[in-house]
Ligand binder design. Structure first.
Ligand code: 5GP
Length: 198
C-alpha cells in the first residue's frame, strides 16, 4: 500500500508560496506529473499556453463546465476562474504517474468529494506574521486587494485540520522535498554547500 503513486492535492492560504513550490517541482522533479489547469486569467509575461495553464475565454471555460469536463473548478479571489480537467488527470493516474494538483482550497474540497482516497497536503506559512509579510511584500496588489486577501487567508488557514498532512513553507526546496517524499518519491540529494555570493 505504501509509496504508491496516485493523486496528491496541494492547497494552502493565499501567498503561502504554492506557486513557487510547484514551479520548483516542475523544474526539478520530472517524475511528478504536475497538472496544468485551465483558467480565464490572461497569461502573464513568460507564461506559455499548455505549460503553465490552458488559457481559455470565459465562453470556452463555461462550455467545458457545462460538458462536465472538470474534476473541480472555482472562482479564485472573486476574479478569475480556474479548473482541473478530468481527462488529463485521469489519463496520468491510469498511466501510474504521481500526479500533483496545486489548487485553491475550494477546489481541494471538491476533489475530496470526488476522490476521497487522494492525499491532501496543506502548505502552511511558518507563522501568520510571515504570511502577512509575504502578501504585503509582493507589492503587486492594491491595499484594498491586500486586505481582501488577508481576510481570505485567515479563513483558509483555519482549514488545515481538513488535510492529511501539513508542510511548512519555510524554505522552498525543503518544502518541495518533503512534499515529494509524501508522494512516495525520493527527494534528490542536495549540494551540501551553497556557493557564496561574490
Ligand atoms: P495564479 O493566477 O497566481 O496563477 O493562481 C491564483 C490561484 O489559483 C492560486 O491560489 C492557485 O492555487 C489557484 N489555482 C490554480 N489552478 C487552479 C485550479 O485548477 N483549480 C483551483 N480551484 N484553483 C487553482
Amino acid at each position: 500500500m505504501s509509496n504508491k503513486p496516485g493523486l496528491t492535492v496541494l492547497a494552502g492560504p493565499t501567498a503561502v508560496g504554492k506557486g513557487t513550490v510547484s514551479t520548483y517541482i516542475r523544474d526539478t522533479y520530472p517524475e511528478v506529473w504536475l497538472s496544468v489547469s485551465a483558467t480565464t486569467r490572461a497569461p502573464r509575461p513568460g507564461e506559455i499556453d499548455g505549460v503553465h495553464y490552458y488559457f481559455k475565454s470565459k465562453e470556452e471555460f463555461e462550455s467545458l463546465v457545462a460538458a462536465g469536463e472538470f474534476l473541480e473548478w472555482a472562482v479564485v479571489h472573486g476574479q478569475n476562474t480556474y479548473g482541473t480537467l478530468k481527462s488529463t488527470v485521469n489519463q496520468a493516474i491510469a498511466e501510474g504517474r504521481s500526479v500533483l494538483l496545486e489548487i485553491d482550497l475550494q477546489g481541494a474540497r471538491q476533489v475530496k468529494q470526488a476522490l476521497p482516497d487522494a492525499q491532501f497536503v496543506f502548505l502552511a506559512p511558518p507563522s501568520w506574521e510571515e504570511l502577512v509579510r509575504r502578501l504585503v511584500g509582493r507589492g503587486t496588489e492594491s491595499a484594498e486587494e491586500q486586505q481582501r486577501r488577508l481576510e481570505t487567508g485567515k479563513v483558509e488557514l483555519a482549514a488545515e485540520p481538513e488535510f492529511d498532512h501539513t508542510v511548512i513553507n519555510d524554505d522552498v526546496r525543503r518544502a518541495a522535498d518533503e512534499l515529494v517524499s509524501l508522494m512516495g518519491l525520493t527527494p534528490h540529494p542536495r549540494q551540501t554547500q551553497t556557493p557564496s555570493a561574490r
